[in-house]
Design a protein around this ligand. Structure first.
Ligand SMILES: Cc1cc2nc3c(=O)[nH]c(=O)nc-3n(C[C@H](O)[C@H](O)[C@H](O)COP(=O)(O)OP(=O)(O)OC[C@H]3O[C@@H](n4cnc5c(N)ncnc54)[C@H](O)[C@@H]3O)c2cc1C
Length: 577
């Protein structure tokens, strides 16, 4: 991908905000994708497509790539002709294990790992004291996956890798410089009006995905209600390069003595670019705080006058908090920032857009292939609205800790900080951002109460002894569900499983420990029990894993309850039930 190095970049004078409140900035030179006149221009009747995705940011592109991998046809429309945000540097920088696992399934993880920076150590300071530190590698919740806890990389690199992967896989048409200007829907389908440099056209769709980001026009077009909150917290990013490199750790100051006792974040991303994010006074003038001499003075206060700093980009911003009350409105599915907007603390924006995409993709694939009824799509709201609400709640709490109201909130924060300096119990109350996690689903119509939990991409052994991971099994099962049966099996159970896979979109795989002779032709080995642990099955039992690496259900015996739970996962009633 031809992204010019910041040192050689041609900087734009004005920032293109794309929904975020950057008011000034410079950026990388991003790739430009060619406009190709769509065949519908000049046609009498609009062409009909099963799936139209509007918006080619990280969420829309992830969905497009997931669909391409499932071999499902779709059209993606984006008003721009590039990735990222023109005139700005990167918005997102921090990607979680769950996103990295998804990207591995999509075939772009290796590129992300090669370009990005893996980190696991975080330190939190107040004044001149370190309040606490953590190392995610020591935490059991992260250490079994084939992917690390986090990788920092500029968001536009991921988007660029997705574009290239979609073009490699086929099935999805990427239409750049195609702006959606109007939308209607009826019982037969949805109609989108699209404006392009070669003229306007209309397109019909069975399902429409709104991935247009925080300024979604679809919210108004479908009359979506939104729960919203706006604060007065102001920040200013300085993306910089140093000649002398600080440690590859996340450093967070709740009260930084070099920033008038306001918060500061310090993170490394690709190309040796450091993101230093400074909290500003609520009434700060964005133009003033991002003036080069003012930024340089701020950096000198933190790093000393003798540290050589190259400024890559400066961007002041504010954030808001919003969540649509319904993720689905008829044929329209809200995804990513169009569904919810959160403050950046905890990296919950882009990462949850990626999870939205992975959740919807296999359901759309199963429905368009006729493997599940259209009602399966309703579970997208159940699951991803629960996740969105949780992410809004968690990030709002962080925002209040970082910018407490005068009075009780500020007294609480001050007390927490001074207690945390001395007592371990108070450290969990210091909230500088709860890092994004794979959200669990507790009220989905498609998950049993034993399911709704993300399964880590743990390692296993193929029958021939080669190493593999659970993502390999998911790639093998495609848009079918994966039934992992742990332990020994008798001949009658093997026959029963064969019948079940013939009557449902299901791949059955027996999982055996070291030294056990498998009864089923399709089997893998789990010598250390990591796969079994990740699936939360103890002893003999089974786990039904969905293509998005979430458990639909688990159980003990292969009996009628498995068929019932399989029916639930597919929103259908299987004949064998
Ligand atoms: C300072 C900052 C730091 C952040 N850090 C992180 C982080 O570390 N990790 C993380 O996960 N997230 C982070 N985020 C959040 C993350 O950047 C967003 O959540 C993410 O960009 C949302 O992606 P999206 O695809 O939903 O929307 P967008 O990226 O906004 O993409 C929307 C797309 O829709 C297109 N579009 C809009 N309207 C139309 C139309 N009418 N017709 C056709 N196309 C249209 C646009 O051209 C654009 O390509 C951060 C955000 C900020 C501001």
């Amino acid at each position: 991908m031809d992204l010019k190095d910041p040192a050689g970049a041609r900087y734009a004078d004005t920032a293109f905000t794309n929904g975020y409140e950057f008011t000034q900035g410079h950026g990388y030179q991003l790739p430009e994708y060619p406009f190709v006149a769509p065949p519908e221009i000049g046609a009498k009747e609009p062409a009909r497509h099963p799936i139209v995705i509007v918006g080619g940011g990280i969420s829309g592109l992830t969905l497009a790539c997931c669909l391409a991998r499932h071999g499902v046809a779709a059209v993606l429309l984006d008003e721009d002709n590039t990735v990222g945000v023109k005139g700005a540097s990167s918005r997102g920088i921090c990607y979680t294990q769950k996103s990295l696992e998804i990207f591995q399934r999509l075939g772009i993880y290796e590129r992300i790992a090669a370009k990005g920076i893996e980190w696991s150590v975080g330190r939190t300071f107040a004044g001149h004291d370190e309040v606490y530190s953590f190392d995610l590698r020591q935490q059991g919740s992260f250490n079994l996956s084939s992917q690390p806890a986090f990788i920092n990389i500029q968001q536009f690199y991921i988007e660029g890798y997705l574009v290239e992967r979609i073009m490699e896989l086929g099935h999805v048409q990427l239409r750049w410089s195609n702006r959606v200007t109007a939308f209607t829907q009826d019982k037969d389908g949805a109609t989108l009006s699209v404006s392009t440099p070669a003229g306007d056209y209309r397109i019909r769709a069975e399902h429409v995905i709104d991935a247009t980001g925080s300024r979604s026009p679809f919210r108004e077009w479908v009359g979506a209600s939104v729960t919203a909150k706006r604060g007065d917290d102001r920040w200013c990013i300085a993306d910089v390069r140093f000649t002398k490199r600080p440690p590859t750790e996340r450093h967070t100051w709740i009260e930084a003595p070099f920033n008038e006792n306001r918060a500061v974040w310090q993170h490394l991303m690709g190309d040796e670019v450091w993101r230093i994010d400074y909290q500003m006074a609520p009434n700060a003038d964005p133009e003033y705080v991002s003036r080069e001499d003012v930024v340089r003075e701020r950096l000198a206060r933190q790093f000393g006058n003798d540290t050589e700093v190259e400024i890559v980009w400066v961007g002041p911003y504010a954030y808001r908090s919003e969540c649509v009350n319904q993720m689905r409105h008829g044929r329209v599915f809200f995804m990513g920032d169009s569904a919810k907007i959160v403050s950046p603390f905890g990296a919950r924006g882009g990462n949850t857009g990626v999870a939205d995409a992975d959740n919807l993709a296999w359901k759309l694939a199963a429905v368009t292939r006729g493997q599940a009824p259209v009602s399966l799509l309703d579970s997208y709201h159940d699951e991803r609205h629960e996740a969105a609400s949780e992410n809004v709640r968690v990030t709002n709490r962080t925002a209040r800790f970082l910018r407490p109201a005068d009075g009780v909130e500020r007294i609480f924060r001050n007390a927490t900080i001074s207690l945390a300096k001395q007592h371990a119990f108070a450290r969990s109350l210091v909230n500088t951002g709860r890092m994004a996690v794979a959200n669990s689903y507790s009220r989905s119509r498609a998950c049993d109460r034993t399911g709704g939990i993300s399964v880590q991409n743990v390692r296993l052994r193929w029958a021939n002894g080669r190493p593999g991971c659970i993502n390999d099994l998911l790639l093998w099962s495609g848009s079918r569900l994966l039934l992992l049966v742990f332990g020994t099996l008798d001949a009658a159970t093997v026959r029963r499983l064969q019948q079940l896979s013939a009557s449902a979109p299901l791949l059955c795989v027996q999982v055996v420990g070291a030294g056990v002779t498998p009864a089923a032709r399709e089997h893998v080995r789990d010598p250390q029990g990591h796969l079994q642990g990740a699936c939360r099955v103890s002893g003999t039992g089974w786990a039904l894993v969905r293509p998005d690496a979430y458990l639909a259900a688990t159980g003990g015996k292969v009996d009628g309850s498995l068929v019932r739970k399989l029916s639930t996962a597919l929103a259908t009633r299987l004949e064998t039930a």
